[in-house]
Design a protein around this ligand. Structure first.
Ligand SMILES: Nc1ncnc2c1ncn2[C@@H]1O[C@H](COP(=O)(O)OP(=O)(O)OP(=O)(O)O)[C@@H](O)[C@H]1O
Length: 516
């Protein structure tokens, strides 16, 4: 197994390579070519300013000409820079924010600070490479290399093969919250609860990996553990939050509210802080800021604008200061804190330690990103499937030198069954579809649950029985077709086949392919 020293010294340059690859992929020589690629939206006007959660300012932009935004590749959660319309690519931004809302006719961006100037002139938005992630991975690497104290001091040697993994000999008896768990899920939970340092939950598609994680969290909370639950993507974290909030757990979701799904906003740290803090002062400050923000938009005179901005800054500072204590309180009182892997490096978690760190989709996360979270606790549960797609590494060189090898895969190779449980009943697809992956990848160990083993597309109310909906699986030979080199299309077929809810797209795509 790779040693800690080897890992640290080999990873640092790979993080730089990957960062450089991402930046060069997203940057181009001129703003015109970036615009053509949909990475710049130009000639916008600021049409509204509102105060969002935690003093964030939500600015709405609309096109200066016409009613519809130009074609673009912006999505909610993207980090963007706001610049004057005519500025060149290298010029500094008026402000940096996160896309909060997107409509055909407008885009709303959440800013931490109100842009200083220039909101009355034509503007443009640029999509930015997310450099923060790389900086945070580098910081974790430094911390890992100095890891002589801290909550993960006994975990690190196990994950680098210096000490063997340990687990309690006593059977972990538990009374499940979810009464439908199957035997493989119960076995996995019991093994996770016994583990003293690391446990791997291997979950092939649709076998209830997230369902099992939820039960592990609930059982651990019942035992009095404080848990940090993470995943590489916001959507995967939100998935856990949504499912966990059906139980009475004290949980808090960290992350920019603009990046969270609406259904989990209630669990968001910012929302909880606002709820906890119902002093009339908080409401008054926000109301005052709202009035000032609209005044700022209308103001023409430079001195007036400067004064308003100064006042807004003082108010925002006051609100932030007052809320810092409330933030610490919410986190201290939560049994489960949820964030993305990079979000786990938030200052809000400084000095907070956890009894268990859980990482979902660990086989799709860079090992370096996992370490950001792992350094915060003595035990970990990693859930994933190393036999599905690995994480995306943009730099071919970094990939070749091992950046794409996940911790999940590395530990599976090193310790195998000793620390792993595989889930074996799948609840998603017809068994004929499952058979291929079960035979090819999972040593024929996966079985289809009776509720899905024979379910057909035409069993859905809105689907008619016909020659195209009757077959369980249609394989399309794309050799020699326009798609033969287009592996993404083939992956889409496979992906669609695995997800019954998306089968409706599979058949039109087949027809399209055959037509072509
Ligand atoms: N023991 C069970 N009994 C009945 N249904 C179950 C059981 N376990 C999981 N499911 C259902 O199977 C589906 C897949 O579960 P879940 O999302 O937990 O799996 P997953 O392995 O995380 O999925 P993915 O393949 O997307 O990673 C869900 O609809 C879930 O409710």
């Amino acid at each position: 197994m790779v040693s800690l020293q080897e890992f640290v010294s080999s990873m640092a340059p790979l993080i730089d390579l990957e960062k450089a690859a991402e930046i060069s992929a997203e940057s181009a020589t001129s703003s015109k070519s970036l615009e053509r690629r949909g990475c710049i939206m130009s000639n916008l006007k600021c049409t509204d300013a509102q105060t969002g959660l935690m003093g964030k300012t939500l600015l709405e932009f609309q096109p200066n000409k016409g009613d519809v935004l130009p074609p673009h590749k912006f999505g909610t959660h993207d980090v963007v820079a706001l610049k004057p319309n005519k500025a060149d690519v290298a010029s500094s931004a008026l402000g940096q924010g996160v896309v909060y809302r997107l409509k055909d006719s407008s885009i709303t961006v959440a800013f931490d600070d109100i842009p200083e100037d220039g909101l009355n002139s034509p503007l443009r938005l640029e999509k930015l490479a997310n450099e923060v992630t790389y900086r945070r991975m580098k910081d974790a690497l430094i911390q890992l290399s100095k890891n002589q104290t801290g909550p993960s001091v006994n975990l690190v040697p196990v994950l680098f093969g210096e000490n063997p993994p340990m687990s309690s000999k006593d059977a972990a008896k538990f009374s499940p919250f979810n009464k439908n768990l199957d035997e493989s899920q119960k076995d996995a939970i019991s093994k996770a609860l016994r583990s003293k340092d690391v446990f791997l939950l291997h979950g092939p598609p649709g076998t209830g990996k997230t369902t099992t994680i939820i039960e592990i969290i609930l059982q651990e909370v019942k035992r009095g553990s404080k848990i940090l639950a993470c995943a590489a993507s916001n959507i995967a974290v939100d998935n856990i939050v949504e499912r966990l909030s059906q139980y009475r757990t004290k949980l808090v979701r960290l992350g920019h509210p603009a990046r969270l799904l609406p259904q989990v906003l209630d669990s968001a740290l910012d929302a909880q802080v606002l709820r906890a803090d119902n002093s009339s002062l908080a409401g008054d400050i926000r109301k005052e800021m709202k009035v000032l923000n609209s005044k700022l938009l209308k103001a023409k005179d430079k001195n007036t604008k400067r004064d308003i901005r100064k006042e807004l800054r003082t108010l925002a500072k006051e609100e932030r200061k007052r809320q810092q204590l409330a933030v610490a309180d919410v986190i201290k009182n939560a049994d489960v804190v949820l964030s993305t892997l990079t979000g786990a490096s938030s200052k809000k978690l400084y000095g907070i330690t956890f009894d268990l760190v859980i990482i979902d989709e660990a086989a799709q996360a860079l090992e370096m990103a996992c370490w950001i979270a792992l350094l915060k606790g003595p035990r970990c549960v990693l859930a994933g499937d190393h036999l599905q797609l690995p994480p995306t590494v943009q730099s071919a060189e970094a990939e070749k030198k091992g950046m794409g090898k996940t911790l999940f895969e590395r530990l599976t190779e090193a310790y195998g069954d000793q620390i792993t449980s595989m889930l074996t009943i799948q609840y998603r697809m017809h068994e004929l579809i499952m058979n291929w992956s079960s035979n090819e990848l999972y040593k024929n160990k996966i079985k289809a649950h009776s509720s899905v083993a024979e379910h057909m597309l035409y069993d859905l109310e809105e689907v008619k029985r016909s020659s195209s909906t009757e077959p369980t699986i249609i394989l399309v030979d794309t050799t020699g077709s326009v798609f033969s080199n287009a592996w993404p299309i083939q992956s889409i077929y496979f992906f669609l086949l695995l997800i019954p809810e998306r089968w409706q797209f599979f058949f039109p795509l087949c027809s399209l392919c055959l037509t072509l």
